[in-house]
Structures are given as structure tokens and as C-alpha cells.
Design a protein around this ligand. Structure first.
Ligand SMILES: [Zn+2]
Length: 490
């Protein structure tokens, strides 16, 4: 062979050899040389992977089912629908483990068990409904019952339901209606085991009462503690403390040092509404009549007749929501003991260079004598309620200045609605809110007992009432220190 041909052949051979190598490598990447038998797993008709061993996957699914059966204590756990396993021959290289495929299935579609979906419709515009899962309808019924019993003793609920409430002899209460304010629907269905499923009454009750599932908060009783002091120091009303610690029946119950009590704030998901008919005896505050006396020095006073509080028997209709009074109507009243007015002579004799007179004499009650205190000064739902809520006197009934002073606010604004602030001597300020009308304007001086407006429910008010505040050394909700207005009448 010539050298030229020989060289040419060498080239051809080298090129051909390269192509073959290239094709071999290339094809080997794409195809297995031999197809193999696998199980193709489909979920809703879509292939999610190949496995070698069908039994292995079935075992995983079985184990999962067993675990869930034990966790929820049920007979049946349903595997995700749409799982299909088919034997096939494939050239595909990738084979997953049964565990991997099981995890894909679990992620895409959870196991389900039979249960109930409870929808609690929100009564607040724009707020989401609450949906929760329960294993058994009874669990929900019992939990609701426990929530009701947190606010109304079970004996009273039973008497109401069985129509065996004891008659009111002199004073007392009759329940007229108890209901949950939200629409609740319960539907049977299949519940995803990925979601929270309530399986016992106690946990569900806790969720319904606190609005979330969290660890109970405890306080250890120390020397000198009372239920009132523990409640107040933990921003609870005494009634709220009694709701979270049902083993105590009243604020007078004894505590022992070292005892653990719950101090969690409740935030119920449902509203337990209780409507009652009540006959109560209510003290009526005496009036003070002042007479000017030119022979007495300015700023001094002389009591001619001591005042005496009277007693009224009131028949009321009271509506409460989760233990908080939201509406009071006084249906009728009778005077058991009339009050005796206090008569005071007030000096008008002025000395030269007199200075500011001290505020003397007692304070006037800001409403007419037929009233009901629907909320006291103190903590309510973790926030301080800086006033006394006085209800029952009715929409449009007169509101009086508690003492003489100067009107420093008179406006209809914000959550207080129509409100008036009066600046008194000695740094005191009184606030009158939610009024239906105001009869005084800023800068005006008012006398004690002068009508300054009418009772209403303007601003953020649940039901008609007067929100009556007392502040020291500054304006309400600004620099003033809130004080319990009851101190004025002690
Ligand atoms: Zn109030």
C-alpha cells in the first residue's frame, strides 16, 4: 500500500472510532441497555415515580395508617384517594425508594379520617369564620357546655333547662335565655390528618375559652394575697379570675400560701349570652343641699343635717356576654327607704387675698337615683377600665356634674362619643361619656348637680350607659391619673 492510502485509512479509522465512542457514550446516557421491571406509582393519574418493590410502599402506607389509627383512636384511616400502582417495563434509569414515594404522596394528599367540620360564623364584619375539626360531634357539644358553665353555674343552667328555677321571693335572679351568639354549623366529612383535629372535650374547651392552645399560666400564692389582689396584679377582673379558677366560688374564698392558681386571660371564641330578670336592692345616694351663709368664711362649711342613703328595690332585665354586662333596663322600682338629703351651709365671707378655694362638701351622683353599675373601675379583659359604667337610668335621662368646676371638653369624638370633661378644684377632673346630648360648652362654669347632658350610647358603647371617669392632676386619657370614682362617695 502506498503511504498516502495508509495515512488516509488511519484517518478514516480514527474518525469512525471517535464517532462510535461518542455515540456509545451518548446513547448510554439516555438509555439503559436493558429495560427493567418496576412499579410505576400514579397519583390522580399523574406518575410520581418508579419503585422496585411494591410491598415496601404498601408497608409504609400500612404503618402510616396504623400510627394514625392509634393517634386518633379510630378504626378507619383512609389512604389518599387516587393512588395507583402499576407494574411496567421501563428504560428509565431513576428508581425511587418506597419511602421517597410515600413522602411525595403524603405531601400531595394527606390521609383522612371521618370527623366533623365545625364552622363558627364571625359576627364581626371582615373577620374570618373559625373552622375547627372534631372527631366526634359530642366533643363539641360538651365543650360548648363547659364554656357556658364557665359563666353560668351548671346548677343554674340545669334549672333553667328543666324549668325548675326557684321563684324570686324578695331579691334574686331568673335566667330568661341562654344562647351562643354565633351561627354554628357542623358537617360530617373526611378530615385531613394534617390539620388539627380535636379529640377530647378538655382541649377543645380550652381552645374555645382562650382562643388559642397554650400552656396554662400559673401564679403561686404568697403570704397576704387575696383573690382580688392576685386578679388585679395580673390584669384580671375578679370575675375573670373565678372563670379561670372554677374551684373558687367567690372572692372571699381562702387561699393557702404556696397554692397554684391560674392567671390566664380568657378570649372566648364564642359569645355566651345570658338574659336575666333580676330583683335587686340598690342604695340610693343622698342629695346635698347647700345654703350660702355670709357669716361663715369662704371655703368652709357647716353640716346642718347629715345625709343618709336610701334603698330602692329595682326590677331589671340584664343582658351579659361572656360574663360582662352589656345592657341593663330597669323595668320598675320602688323605694324601700327614702334617702335623707344632707343640708350644708357654705360660707361666702371672703377675706382679702383669699386664693383658690378648696373643694368642699360631698360629690353629687351623676345620674338619677334609679341606676345599675354595669362595670366597675378596674381590669376587664386585661385592660384597665378607667371608669364606672352606670346604666339602667335609660336613654335621655339626665346626667349631672359631680361637682362644681369648669367645662374643659365638650365634644362628640371617637370611642367616647358625646363627652364632657369638667375640671374641679384640687386637681380633679371628671369625665362623662357616651351621652346622647351635651348641654354645656367649653369654658362654662357648672355647679354641682347641674345637668350637663343626657344618657346615651354614642361612640363605642355596648348599650345605653354613662361612662363616668375620675382623674387626678391631668386630663382623662392624657396626663391624668385614673382613679376609681367610687372614692368620691365613700
Ligand atoms: Zn365604660
Amino acid at each position: 500500500m502506498s503511504k498516502v492510502i495508509k495515512t488516509g485509512l488511519t484517518y478514516i479509522f480514527a474518525i469512525t472510532f471517535s464517532i462510535v465512542i461518542f455515540m456509545f457514550v451518548h446513547f448510554a446516557n439516555r438509555y439503559q441497555l436493558n429495560p427493567k421491571e418496576v412499579y410505576k406509582v400514579y397519583l390522580d393519574g399523574k406518575s410520581i415515580g418508579n419503585i422496585k418493590n411494591k410491598e415496601e410502599l404498601e408497608e409504609y402506607i400500612n404503618d402510616e395508617q396504623l400510627d394514625l389509627k392509634q393517634k386518633y383512636n379510630v378504626d378507619k384511616v383512609f389512604i389518599p384517594s387516587g393512588v395507583d400502582i402499576q407494574k411496567c417495563t421501563t428504560y428509565e434509569k431513576d428508581v425511587l425508594t418506597a419511602k421517597q414515594v410515600n413522602n411525595i404522596i403524603k405531601k400531595e394528599k394527606p390521609f383522612t379520617i371521618e370527623g366533623y367540620k365545625v364552622t363558627i360564623k364571625s359576627n364581626t364584619e371582615g373577620e374570618d369564620n373559625i373552622v375547627l375539626n372534631v372527631l366526634d360531634k359530642n366533643i363539641f357539644d360538651k365543650a360548648i357546655r363547659s364554656v357556658v358553665n364557665a359563666f353560668v353555674p351548671s346548677e343554674d343552667v340545669n334549672n333553667y333547662e328543666n324549668d325548675t328555677q326557684p321563684e324570686i321571693k324578695e331579691t334574686g335572679t331568673l335566667i330568661e335565655d341562654i344562647y351562643i351568639d354565633q351561627d354554628i354549623t357542623i358537617k360530617h366529612g373526611y378530615i385531613s390528618t394534617d390539620e388539627e383535629i380535636f379529640t377530647d372535650e378538655k382541649t377543645l374547651t380550652k381552645y374555645l375559652m382562650f382562643g388559642e392552645l397554650k400552656e396554662d399560666q400559673y401564679y403561686t400564692v404568697k403570704e397576704g394575697d387575696t383573690i382580688d389582689s392576685i386578679a388585679y396584679n395580673n390584669k384580671l377582673a375578679t370575675e375573670e379570675f373565678l372563670v379561670v379558677n372554677p374551684e373558687f366560688t367567690s372572692a372571699n374564698n381562702l387561699l393557702s400560701v404556696g397554692q397554684q392558681v391560674k392567671i390566664g386571660l380568657i378570649n372566648p371564641i364564642v359569645d355566651v349570652v345570658v338574659e336575666t330578670h333580676n330583683v335587686i336592692d340598690q342604695e340610693s345616694k343622698y342629695e346635698t343641699i347647700t345654703e350660702e351663709d355670709g357669716s361663715l368664711a369662704y371655703g368652709t362649711e357647716k353640716v346642718i343635717t347629715e345625709g343618709q342613703n336610701g334603698m330602692d328595690r329595682l326590677t331589671t332585665k340584664i343582658k351579659s356576654v361572656n360574663g360582662e354586662t352589656t345592657n341593663v333596663v330597669i323595668v320598675s322600682s320602688e323605694t324601700l327607704t327614702p334617702s335623707v338629703s344632707k343640708v350644708v351651709k357654705v360660707g361666702t365671707k371672703v377675706y382679702s387675698g383669699g386664693g383658690t378655694p378648696a373643694m368642699v362638701g360631698s360629690w353629687a351622683w351623676p345620674t338619677i337615683s334609679k341606676y345599675y353599675i354595669s362595670s366597675h373601675f378596674g381590669y376587664r379583659w386585661g385592660k384597665i377600665h378607667e371608669a364606672l359604667d352606670i346604666a339602667g337610668s335609660g336613654e335621655g335621662s339626665p346626667i349631672f356634674a359631680a361637682g362644681p368646676g369648669t367645662v374643659v371638653t365638650s365634644q362628640n369624638k371617637g370611642s367616647l362619643g358625646n363627652h364632657v370633661t369638667i375640671k374641679h378644684a384640687n386637681g380633679y377632673y371628671t369625665l362623662y361619656a357616651h351621652m346622647s346630648s351635651r348641654l354645656v360648652s367649653v369654658g362654662q362654669t357648672v355647679e354641682k348637680g347641674q345637668q350637663i347632658g343626657t344618657m346615651g350610647h354614642t361612640g363605642f358603647a355596648t348599650g345605653t350607659h354613662l361612662h363616668f371617669g375620675l382623674y387626678y392632676n391631668g386630663m382623662p386619657y392624657r396626663d391624668g391619673t385614673p382613679m376609681d370614682p367610687m372614692i368620691l362617695y365613700k
